[in-house]
Design a binder for this molecule. Sequence first.
Ligand SMILES: Nc1nc2c(c(=O)[nH]1)N[C@H]1C(S)=C(S)[C@@H](COP(=O)(O)O)O[C@H]1N2
Ligand SMILES: [Mo]
Length: 379
Amino acid sequence: MTQTRRELLAGLAALTAARAQDAPAVAGKRPLILHSDRPEDLETPNEDLETWITPNDAFFVRQHLPRPTVDPATWRLTVSGLVAKPLTLTLDDLRRLPPQRVAATLECTGNGRDFYRPRVPGIQWKRGAIGNAEWTGPRLADVLQLAGAKSDAPYIETDGADTGVAKTPDFIRSMPMRKALDASTIVALEMNGEPLPAIHGGPARLIVPGWDGTSWVKWVVRFTASAEPNRGFFMNPAYRYPKYALVPGSPPVPAELEVIEGMPVKSSITTPTDQQRIPLAPFTIRGFAWAGEERIVRVDVSTDGGSRWAAADLSPQDLRFAWRLWTYRWTPQQPGYYTVMSRSSDSAGRVQPIVAAWNPSGYLWNSIDRAGVIVEKSA
Ligand SMILES: Nc1nc2c(c(=O)[nH]1)N[C@H]1C(S)=C(S)[C@@H](COP(=O)(O)O)O[C@H]1N2
Ligand SMILES: [Mo]
């Protein structure tokens, strides 16, 4: 008997899925949600966001330009600008500085863009352009001090080894000296106890705890102490957010946009996934919550579309800059359709909003999260 067209297609789909499992699309990564493979833009699926440390092979990836190949042996870092003596450092020079370990969540500014209405162009990230890791390396303050950077120089500019291609300019960022000198701002050489993977900026990248991922420059090759912020594309107009809420769908007003720094309070539901079917039995709802430079102080969960709320259990880590996992034990009383929601609150009194402020680039999505669940009578 000949195969029907539908059987044939199903067979092909199964084969493709099996191949995807055999050979992850990107070396060193388990299969992730692939938004682009050149340059790699990979999103972490919900099931890999349920451990406090996100494993390196499951950590999301975002880059704007072709990934540079950097040989740690010949890699050099220059420190220039408003400094007493400009310097060129090797990896060993950095290793000689006191190592600082920082647990911090890295989130892409565009995480959750897929949820904005009206839709916004750009990578349609859902919940997974985020991860939490332990980063180790010298303090940026110590690196700058080697060169005698003037602490009254207002800005530090950082360039990575990637370079501009076609219409995409070089990736350069700058940040105020106040954040550069913070003891938690480091030049990471390690991620979760391993040498920093090349795809995450190895051999060295910036860790700017609590700030959006764009500040976390990968493959750093130059720090310049400067009097002015960098004015390149990745500081202006990219990665800016309106100073006041805009009418959804309206065009950006460039003069009324500002640089994004600390991240807002948010939580995400990782279990259940939207429209999941579960049996009528006790069930653990799971997720993560974080608050940029603040701490998460509570997460509330609703299983009835936001009518009644109850506190979730938080993971023990209560650290600035790092996320907290939360769980909520739920015993649905009868079969039916439920809307599960999560809402976090932080140490600055911020509470996750019902409506995230729409903005032309789809940044900083932080609406109260939700998932629809179908509870079925057990067989
Ligand atoms: N040199 C360089 N650094 C970069 C980027 C880049 O394109 N080039 N992308 C930034 C952005 S927007 C994000 S969200 C994070 C992502 O880090 P990851 O790929 O390690 O997850 O890196 C940042 N650092
Ligand atoms: Mo990003």
